[in-house]
Ligand binder design. Structure first.
Ligand code: SF4
Length: 188
C-alpha cells in the first residue's frame, strides 16, 4: 500500500494515509476491495491525488486477490521476471512502485533504482549521462549478490545519502561516499 501511496509524495504524507487505512481497518485486501473508491479516496487524502491512488490501490488489490488470494508471501516463490511483468501490467504501477512491492512486500532481490540512486550512480560515473531507471536497476543487480536484505539496506542507505548530501547541489564534504570520487568533482 505504501509503495502506491508514496508515488509523487514524500513518505511522511504516505505514512499518514497508511495510518488512516489501518485505523479504518482497510489494510486487509478483502476489506479494501469491498470499499467504494470514494470512501477509499477520503481515507487516503493525506497522500495527495486520492482518487487516482484509490483506483491504483483497488487495481493492485484485485490483482493480489486473483493471484494469491490476497497474500504477499506466495509471491516469494514465483519466477521473478514474469511476476515483475505482471505487476507492471497492473494499472498505475510503474517500475519503481512494482520493484518496491517486489523488494519490500515479497522479499525478492530487486533494486529500487529511484531518483536518489540514479543521481548517485551518475555523479560517480557508474552510469552514463541520460541513463534511465532500467539501466540503473540492471547495473546494480549485475554487480551485487542477488540478496533481498542487501538491496533493502542499500536502498535505505542511498536514500539517506541522497537526502542528506546528494541533493540538487551536491554536498560532498562530509558525505560518506566522497572517497569514491577519488578527488574528482561529481559528474554531471
Ligand atoms: S560524494 Fe558528492 S556526488 Fe557522491 S554521493 Fe556524496 S554528495 Fe553525491
Amino acid at each position: 500500500m505504501g509503495a502506491v501511496l508514496t508515488q509523487h509524495t514524500a513518505w511522511p504524507y504516505a505514512a499518514r494515509a497508511v495510518a488512516a487505512l489501518r485505523a479504518a481497518g482497510l489494510l486487509g485486501p478483502r476489506r479494501l476491495a469491498a470499499t467504494s473508491a470514494a470512501a477509499l479516496a477520503r481515507a487516503i487524502r493525506p497522500a495527495g491525488t486520492p482518487r487516482v491512488k484509490a483506483r491504483r490501490l483497488r487495481a493492485l488489490t484485485r490483482w493480489l486477490l486473483a493471484r494469491t488470494g490476497g497474500r504477499f508471501a506466495p509471491l516469494a516463490g514465483l519466477p521473478l521476471g514474469p511476476l515483475r511483468r505482471e505487476l507492471l501490467a497492473v494499472p498505475g504501477l510503474g517500475p519503481e512502485t512494482a520493484d518496491a512491492i517486489l523488494l519490500y512486500a515479497a522479499a525478492r532481490p530487486v533494486f529500487v533504482a529511484d531518483a536518489y540512486a540514479r543521481r548517485v550512480l551518475g555523479r560517480h560515473r557508474l552510469l552514463p549521462r541520460g541513463a534511465g531507471y532500467e539501466d540503473a536497476r540492471r547495473f546494480v543487480e549485475a554487480h551485487l549478490p542477488s540478496d533481498p536484505a542487501l538491496f533493502n539496506e542499500l536502498h535505505a542507505l542511498v536514500v539517506a545519502v541522497g537526502k542528506a548530501h546528494c541533493r540538487a547541489r551536491p554536498r560532498c564534504a562530509g558525505c560518506p561516499l566522497r572517497f569514491d570520487l577519488r578527488g574528482r568533482p561529481p559528474a554531471g
